[in-house]
Design a protein around this ligand. Structure first.
Ligand code: F6P
Length: 351
């Protein structure tokens, strides 16, 4: 609008594009939304190249591009995590211009220092860990808190450090149960009568890693794969024997058995993705969004608008869509966590 650009919103993400649903967005439509979480347009997990259409799953990439072309759209702007980046790249390969922005609480998009949503989720998870400390200390318990993050442990690590977790388990560092048990018992020996264990949903034991258990279900591009969700739903209908114990429950049960300490669990789930965005995320969105506007006005397409230090920079979408940005083993956050004697599940540290 600022640049004389006409903006069409697409309800429900790629599904809306395939179903040819568009709505004109004008100034009043986007006024006053800075404080809102989620999206005023709605979204979906659907991918154009594997779109559930009735009883079938079809490649609708061509239809998506044709619908955009029919509206004389010069460029599609796609906001999302790794799945969105990959889908946008496919649309690009099919001949449509795209610009993407990195939006996920997982903070695991390649090419950017940070994604928007991460700070808000980290604040929520940290506050939850703070609150869990109350029962943990009063009742002398071990509390296992599961946070989101299938392939990357940024959220567990960030909130775990900020919340002063005693153990942090992330997908990148397979954990040894005995190491965790020993850490909890050491704390108890030193009159620390509570422990907080923060677990990323994709955390796995050394044995599971050795046996090839992927941080996400094998074959799925990410945990949000529509087919994967369907398979899980089908599996659930086959019988209760297929319903698996949740990760936080399993870890709590094992730790309680092996340490004799009373354990409880809390899984934060979608609470982490809800509510009003943090000031830092609003600030970041404004910087990234305005930069995207400039790139659109300049016709600089097929990039993701990324954060590099204090700058916003365009990075080639091709590079971004290649995978996930996981926590490197030598990352300063891990180093700092270990220096404050947080157990990362892989080696014993004496308190
Ligand atoms: O991709 C972001 C994410 O928040 C992951 O951390 C989590 O595994 C997933 O979404 C949950 O997805 P859904 O809302 O589809 O259950």
């Amino acid at each position: 609008m600022h640049y004389g650009i006409r903006v069409l919103g697409i309800p429900d993400g790629f599904r809306g594009l395939v179903e040819n649903r568009f709505q004109l967005l004008e100034d009043p439509d986007v006024s006053g939304i800075l404080t809102l979480g989620g999206t005023i347009l709605g979204t979906s997990r659907d991918k154009p190249h594997k779109m559930p259409m009735g009883n079938q799953i079809l490649d609708m990439t061509g239809v998506a591009v044709a619908n955009a072309r029919a509206r004389e759209i010069d460029c599609l702007v796609c906001l999302g995590g790794n799945g969105t980046q990959k889908n946008a790249q496919r649309i690009r390969e099919a001949g449509m211009n795209v610009i993407t922005l990195p939006k996920t609480i997982d903070n695991d998009v390649i090419g950017t220092d940070v994604t928007f949503g991460f700070n808000t989720a980290m604040n929520i998870a940290t506050e939850a860990i703070d609150r869990l400390h109350t029962t943990a200390t009063s009742h002398h318990r071990v509390i296992v808190c599961e946070v989101m993050g299938h392939k990357a442990g940024w959220l567990a690590l960030g909130a775990g450090i900020a919340g002063g977790a005693d153990v942090i388990l992330i997908p990148e560092i397979p954990y040894d149960r005995e190491v965790v048990v020993e850490h909890l018992l050491e704390r108890r020996k030193h009159s620390k009568r509570f422990s907080i264990v923060v677990v990323a949903e994709g955390a796995r034991s050394v044995k599971e890693a050795r046996d090839g258990k992927a941080a996400t279900p094998s074959g799925a591009e990410n945990s949000n794969d529509v087919e994967d969700t369907r398979k899980k739903a089908d599996a659930l209908h086959e019988g209760p024997h297929l319903v698996q114990e949740s990760l936080d429950s399993r870890i709590a049960r094992q730790l309680q058995q092996l340490t004799g300490l009373e354990a409880r669990t809390t899984s934060l789930g979608h609470v982490q993705r809800g509510g009003s965005p943090s000031p830092q995320d609003r600030h970041l969105c404004t910087l990234l969004g305005t930069r995207a506007g400039e790139l659109l006005a300049d016709g600089e397409y097929n990039v993701m608008v990324a954060v590099s230090g204090s700058e916003t920079v365009p990075v080639p979408l091709e590079e971004v869509s290649r995978g996930h940005r996981t926590v490197p083993a030598d990352h300063p956050w891990i180093h700092a966590a270990e220096l404050v004697e947080t157990c990362m599940g892989n080696r014993v540290r004496r308190t």
